[in-house]
Design a binder for this molecule. Sequence first.
Ligand code: DI6
Ligand code: FE
Length: 407
Amino acid sequence: MWDQLWLNLHAATLTAGSNDYGAIPDAAIGVRDGRIAFLGARQALPGEPASLARQVHDAGGRWLTPGLVECHTHLVFGGDRTLDQAMRAAGASYVDIANAGGGIRSTVKMTRELTVEQLVEAALPRARALLADGVTTLEIKSGYGLSVEAELKQLRAARALGERLDVEIVPTLLALHALPEEYAADRNRYVDLVCEELIPRAVSERLAVAADVFCEKIAFSVAECARVLGVARAHGLSLKVHADQLTDMGAAGLAADFGALSADHVEYTSPAGVAAMANSGTTAVLLPGAFLLLNEKQRPPVAAMRAAGVPMALSTDCNPGTSPLTSLALTLPLGCALFGLSPLEALAGVTREAARALGLANDRGTLAVGLRADFALWDVGHPRELAYWVGGQRCAGRVRGGRPAAP
Ligand code: DI6
Ligand code: FE
């Protein structure tokens, strides 16, 4: 006997290799212990619905996809960066703004001033907006604390969000995001602090499952990032890299060398970086929000990555400075229009490939027997519409572990 049975739906399984979204028209999905126990045509059900499951749900003829996986956010922070936007409108670049006291460091000031509870309150509306678009798994990075206690505070706020909302949080320590002002004269001491105190604390308090680094001229060098990645790996964290966003740092190659789960942004990644990622199985996380809002011109090498078989995920990069974007539904058409993704690649990018970017591909991100019963339900005539409409609310509900999820 199953716990739940979902009927009157069309399933888009997003199975790899399918060029029709893995569609199963008039499907049925049975769930046991929070996992998919049956997936197929309704006609293939082995009996009468009421005899198969304790609870039978009617999905109202909607399309059902895997629950969306949001694999790259900086959701927990204090204040906002509307001043940066005004400076940008007046012609200032990201680097100009950082040098004028705006940028990441200004968010660090505002974040350090808040308590865990205040950070949670500030992040809740952003998290709710993401959930309303069908997100069931949500990665959240630190990186606006930049001291041991403030980074741990941000990670505690991320964890608390998972207790307040019906979503699974995947916490990432992004200690190498910007050099905190108090270490301006001695970069190495900050990197020491991260390696010797912050990573061990985050791991022993189970506050992070991954480490990320911002490898960029305005942030940290390849050598500094390599040191932190090495220590993080030795502590059992999985790895991610903000790579080649503004310049070609060879950072996608660095991610590949360390067997990182993902290299994110990758606008300036070279052909050698693409080849390295293909070899190591590192997923490229594409972030069209930051590209659009910074008015960048250099696109990530999508055609080369596609040809080389680099998996491509898609995410909002929700952050106060470069991408105050709180909708994955809006990110899908942006990925298509700005980066040349196909509608299917875009949808796979926020499900199957985003799960891969978090190391969760064997657990979620597609629909298959044995995987987590995390679903999103959609008021559309076909899943290709999910990357077509710009704005509007088409997600009709979420399911986590087979149960309707709270909004
Ligand atoms: N790249 C980005 O686009 C964000 N962080 C990063 O490493 C920007 C973060 C910010 O400006 O607050
Ligand atoms: Fe980011």
